[in-house]
Design a protein around this ligand. Structure first.
Ligand SMILES: [Fe+2]
Length: 362
């Protein structure tokens, strides 16, 4: 078998021949990958990523192995939008990888993304997980679930609406109402219930808080472990991260104290957000960027990505890792992620209006 990655210097036409040969001979299980005919500007693609390099490297290595295109990654934990803006037309970035519609929406609003039209992507990524105008695409999803005390919560099903029920008075923990993860959930409640009902709901949840919103999602599991609260909101993948945490093994105890409830499983499904990608507005290697995005949209690539971060592939027929599958069946709310983007501002204003971050009403 030929090693395409070792033929980086060869003529582009031969490289594409190599790509098809590789796929046809099945070296990489990428049957869903359909490669467009492209005239490629260069042999590389530049990525700015909010994801840790070690999480995306297996995926990028696989991409390079089948395409011969080298990847250069700049990891940023903040300031991506500001950086790209200040680089302006000379920005080297081709593809932006980040988490949460909040950040993708922020990138689009700042004018640092461009519209992408790709039949490959449209075929691979369900319509509710991508921007109608092609400025961003979800590759994997994360569910906003309920962590419930194994010892103190008897029920095995729940709805978001039920979190406002007075039976939970003084028993709910959550991170800040202004965090992107909470804003996404509240935006989905506005989209699903209407603003008025969503506000009454959020007021009810505030009344049920055990303490002022604080800490990250793992801190909520810890609070259940320590008995501070019985119910918490958290993203599903943190359960996987806690169960497997060898650096801080006490997190295994936090995870052992909770059971996972997928809210609204018998109704519209659980709220999900996305980890996604966007093409940079001034991408200098546009054709390779499209090649990478087409690759990332494929089911097998989604599976590799999802396995690194304990998330769910967006394409039907592809699965999360067994550890996550064992948490239970995710029925995802199919509310378009674009609708969540649309209601984020209203959600943020609602958080302030109901005094959510002030904690439980006295
Ligand atoms: Fe997170």
């Amino acid at each position: 078998m030929e090693n395409c990655a070792g033929r980086a210097g060869i003529a582009r036409t031969i490289k594409y021949h190599c790509l098809h040969l590789t796929l046809a001979t099945g070296i990489v299980a990428a049957s869903a990958l359909v490669l467009p005919t492209l005239s490629v500007a260069g042999g590389e693609v530049n990525i700015y990523s909010y994801r840790q390099p070690e999480l995306i490297q297996p995926l990028l290595d696989n991409f390079t192995a089948i395409s011969g295109v080298e990847t250069n990654v700049v990891f940023l934990n903040k300031g991506l939008v500001e950086r790209v803006r200040s680089e302006g037309r000379n920005s080297p970035v081709d593809v932006i990888l980040t988490v949460d519609i909040g950040r993708l929406d922020q990138a689009q609003a700042a004018g640092i993304t461009q519209s992408v039209t790709s039949a490959v992507i449209s075929n691979n990524i369900p319509v509710h997980y991508r921007d109608p105008a092609g400025h961003w695409f979800g590759v994997t999803t994360r569910a906003r679930i309920v962590y419930a005390s194994k010892d103190r919560v008897a029920q095995d099903a729940i709805t978001y609406e039920e979190l406002a029920d007075p039976k939970w008075r003084g028993k709910i923990c959550t991170r800040s109402g202004q965090h992107d993860y909470t804003i996404g959930l509240i935006a989905s409640m506005i989209a699903n219930l209407g603003a008025e009902k969503a506000e009454a709901w959020l007021t009810g949840v505030r009344a049920n808080l055990a303490r002022k919103p604080q800490g990250n999602d793992r801190a909520q599991a810890k609070a259940i472990f320590s008995g501070e609260c019985d119910i918490a909101l958290g993203n599903h993948y943190y359960v996987g991260q806690m169960i497997t945490n060898e650096k801080e093994p006490e997190q295994k105890e936090w995870a052992a104290a909770i059971k996972v409830l997928f809210p609204n499983a018998d109704g519209r499904g659980s709220h999900v957000n996305i980890s996604g990608m966007a093409m940079a507005a001034n991408a200098p290697n546009r054709d390779n960027a499209l090649l990478l995005m087409n690759y990332l949209s494929s089911g097998p690539a989604q599976e590799i990505y999802a396995s690194q971060v304990f998330e769910y592939p967006v394409k039907d027929g592809f699965s999360p890792v067994p550890l996550i599958a064992d948490l239970g069946t995710l029925k995802a709310d199919t509310l378009p992620i674009a609708d969540i983007a649309k209601y984020r501002k209203a959600a943020s204003e609602m958080v302030d209006r109901v005094g959510f971050n002030d904690g439980p009403s006295s």
